[in-house]
Design a protein around this ligand. Structure first.
Ligand SMILES: [Zn+2]
Length: 314
């Protein structure tokens, strides 16, 4: 097979922090994670998560360990190194300064500066282009979302896009319409986590209320032919994550992943890692799994890889 572009459009910094780095820092600070008998089980999914929220716990547990700005610089630089080592051609890395600030007490603006500077330095050194996406988290509510957007916009030039993540089932997209309007007015692109822990109506909401150009996961769009037609017609790209989707229960299995239905309906689909540490995956492995485990034809993989190039936010 010819070599395909390796482009990851959906990768969380918080879920990319290496297990070894989390434990190294936990040991330095005396964090309880360092003395747990099996700390890896708190940081890496084993397939028994039973839903999105237990999976997200394994992302979030690392955040409170990194209490210094230098820790975030290190995590960001290592995330770029890991992407480079896997052979990526382009990376979009996303993170939530609001949650990092909430869990560590660090000022969110300082976190943004530390992460952006580290990514810029390492991206230039590796020759790997990296775009940064600022995440607003749903479960702190609409008022917090406005504040989170204001913080992101205070560092507007550090980001190519904004995203909404967290508890999709209990905090619908409409709550966040005013906040995302501000981000769009500032010229930021919009991608929204939807159709992962809630059904097709959540994807409709992300498109209608937040004007999402891409959808994080979106796999449950496969339940709604009218929605798939809308996504295809308006070139709204789904950021699918094969392994993460099976671990969170968004997809029943590799073989029965909704990507088959989505591709058959002409929906633009990309392959992404979501959380390399938590899901224990690399993008190169996800490409192989797409053919070997999921059963995509090689020309479908080519189509998906090329879609990742054209759907990147520049
Ligand atoms: Zn995600």
């Amino acid at each position: 097979m010819r070599s395909l572009p390796l482009v990851d459009l959906h990768r969380h910094l918080e879920g990319s922090i290496r297990t070894s780095t989390v434990l190294d820092i936990a040991e330095r600070t005396g964090h309880p994670l360092a003395t747990r008998s099996k700390p890896r089980t708190a940081l890496v999914a084993d397939g028994s998560e039973g839903g999105l929220l237990p999976y997200l716990d394994k992302v979030d547990v690392a955040i409170g360990v990194l209490t210094e700005l230098d820790d975030w610089s290190r995590a960001a630089a290592e995330a770029v190194d890991d992407a480079f080592d896997d052979g990526l051609d382009h990376l979009e890395l996303r993170y939530c300064p609001g949650i990092i600030a909430h869990d560590t007490g660090l000022p969110p603006e300082a976190v943004i500066d530390a992460v952006s500077d580290a990514v810029a330095e390492r991206s230039a050194r590796r020759g790997l282009p990296v775009g940064l996406i600022g995440i607003v988290v749903r479960h702190l509510g609409a008022e917090s979302a406005e504040q989170q957007i204001t913080t992101l916009l205070s560092r507007r030039d550090r980001f190519c896009a904004v995203d909404l993540a967290g508890d999709e089932a209990n905090f619908p997209a409409q709550l966040f319409a005013p906040a995302f309007q501000k981000a769009r007015d500032a010229g930021l692109h919009v991608t929204i986590h939807a159709g992962e822990a809630a059904g097709p109506e959540s994807v409709w909401d992300a498109v209608r209320h937040l004007k999402a150009e891409r959808i994080g996961h979106g796999v449950r769009a496969a339940e709604d032919p009218e929605l798939m037609e809308h996504l295809a017609r308006h070139n709204i790209t789904l950021e699918v994550s094969l392994t993460s989707n099976t671990q969170t229960g968004a997809a029943p299995s590799y073989a029965e992943h909704q990507i088959h239905t989505l591709l058959a309906a002409g929906v633009p689909v990309t392959l992404n890692t979501d959380n390399p540490r938590v899901s224990d995956v690399k993008l190169s492995q996800e490409h192989r799994a797409a053919v070997n485990e999921v059963g995509l034809a090689e020309d479908q993989l080519v189509q998906v890889a090329e879609q990742s190039v054209s759907a990147a936010f520049h």
